[in-house]
Design a protein around this ligand. Structure first.
Ligand code: DON
Length: 320
């Protein structure tokens, strides 16, 4: 049988991008420095459950910031918009992900994709689930990935020992009443959520769950109501790539989220989840090869939200 066009495309991109060695492996969390810079995985999962993969798609790495849209979705599902938006905004910050800065006037973190906003969201989950908070969020991400996930204990300990900047952010949030009194406990859950181990295939399945309106297309299990998926994707579109988000929206034009381990997930509404894994990062903390592969996929397949090839809403198709 002839190779599927998408399989051929990602194998071609894998061959093209493998020799590119620009960027650095993150070392500010010491344990992340052990990652193999040669690894490159590319995986696509369609909303009808087909999987296409090339390269290192079974290699485990920690999810890091790609956990943030999921905890944000959980907080919205549990507490609703009004309560969540009292603690975090929806504005791109234009600042690095670990910036110690809150919005003027409200003292809220700019958005749930920067560390300050994600810590505030995790504190909200802690205030509603108590000691069960981490288990609940692990369960949510496991359902989105379609298998039981676990944490990398050494990355968790490494970040917990060295994460003083995040500690400063948590106490700044406490100072302004943006997190409850148990800031240290909430931060511990945040460190654990960042240390959840995933593979490139897991991430593509998680992305496909969002593309499929909150239902995992490989298991048919529901994870999020579609109303909250819309919120998650909107914030990923405007803030998911940190202080590169504007450039990304212009160049690639799809909601996405990156993490400092080198993972990147992108969502093509109602069609496809995309994930890449390559630990060589640029100065913003985004994967160099991941950005290149996604930009190429977007231009070759017409995925950009405003591409002439992208025919838009299926709802309108059905009524026009
Ligand atoms: O809080 C941190 O610094 C890390 N646990 C996560 C940061 C991250 O992934 C930013 N990504 N580009």
């Amino acid at each position: 049988m002839a190779k599927h066009e998408l399989q051929y495309l990602i194998e071609t991109l894998h061959t093209e991008y493998l020799p590119i060695t620009t960027g650095q492996v993150a070392t500010y969390i010491p344990e992340l420095g052990r990652a193999n810079p040669d690894n490159l995985g590319i995986c696509l999962v369609t909303t009808d459950g087909r999987v296409f993969e090339a390269g290192a798609c079974d290699e485990p790495f920690t999810i890091q910031s790609i956990s943030k849209p999921f905890t944000f979705g959980m907080a919205l599902s549990e507490l609703g918009h009004e309560k969540v938006f009292r603690h975090v905004g929806v504005e791109p910050s234009g600042e690095p992900f670990n910036s110690i800065e809150l919005q003027g006037g409200t003292n809220r973190p700019f958005n749930p994709m920067v560390n300050a906003g994600a810590i505030a969201v995790t504190a909200l989950l802690h205030s509603c689930y108590g000691d069960e908070a981490f288990d609940r969020l692990l369960e949510c991400m496991s359902t989105a990935a379609g298998r039981l996930l676990s944490i990398d204990q050494s990355v968790y300990e490494s970040e917990s020992t060295t994460g003083h900047r995040n500690r400063a952010i948590a106490y700044l949030l406490l100072n302004f009443g943006m997190v409850h009194n148990l800031a240290a406990e909430a931060l511990d859950i945040y460190f654990k959520q960042c240390s959840i181990l995933v593979t490139c295939r897991d991430l593509a399945t998680m992305a496909a769950t969002l593309a499929n309106m909150g239902r995992n297309p490989t298991t048919d299990k529901s994870v999020f109501d579609h109303r909250f998926v819309k919120d998650m994707l909107s914030i990923m579109f405007t803030c998911g790539m940190y202080d590169y988000s504007g450039h990304w929206a212009y160049q690639v034009g799809v909601p996405a989220k990156s993490g400092v381990s080198g993972g990147l997930m992108a969502v093509i509404n109602r069609q496809l989840g995309i994930a890449t894994y390559s630990p060589l990062l640029d100065d913003h903390g985004n994967s160099v090869r991941g950005i290149g592969v996604c930009a190429d996929l977007a231009s070759r397949l017409g995925l950009h939200a405003f591409d002439a090839l992208n025919s838009g809403s299926r709802y309108l198709d059905s009524v026009l």
